[in-house]
Ligand binder design. Structure first.
Ligand SMILES: [Zn+2]
Length: 136
């Protein structure tokens, strides 16, 4: 099985990947009630507002949860184990949890992390993506 790269043209999530291509972290934020809406939905789940522009946020957060992956279920990841799949709360986007890989350092509850950008690769194709790194 091949792990697919994200679809940059998918209407709900494309803005996330287009921001990442510029090393920016952005999430949909309701123009009516200012609530962040992540994972994206066509309308704001709080007020029903249809206008959810992509809003750049500070690329910093707090480690919320994680799992150390020792067995790669997909062959594409076999050479990368062990790695840490992590969830971080994004400090400047209340309610947003970003799932990504933790690079370097051991995970610890409530540890500060920063978002840094790198490449997801599949053969010759690649997509810029946010990763998490502990702040020393
Ligand atoms: Zn709203």
């Amino acid at each position: 099985m091949i792990f697919p790269l994200p679809d940059l043209d998918e209407p709900l999530t494309g803005g996330f990947w287009h921001a990442a291509a510029r090393d920016l972290l952005a999430f949909p934020q309701c123009a009516s009630c200012e609530r962040f809406c992540w994972y994206p939905e066509p309308r704001c789940p709080a007020c029903g507002g249809p206008d959810l522009p992509w809003t750049e946020v500070r690329p910093a957060g707090t480690l919320y949860s994680w799992s150390v992956v020792h067995h790669a279920f997909l062959p594409a990841f076999a050479a990368q184990v062990p790695f840490v799949a992590a969830v971080a709360a994004i400090d400047s986007a209340p309610g947003v949890r970003l799932v990504s890989r933790l690079l370097g350092g051991d995970p610890a509850m409530d540890a500060p992390v920063r978002v840094e950008f790198g490449w997801l690769r599949l053969g010759e194709d690649r997509v810029r993506a946010p990763f998490l790194r502990r702040v020393p």
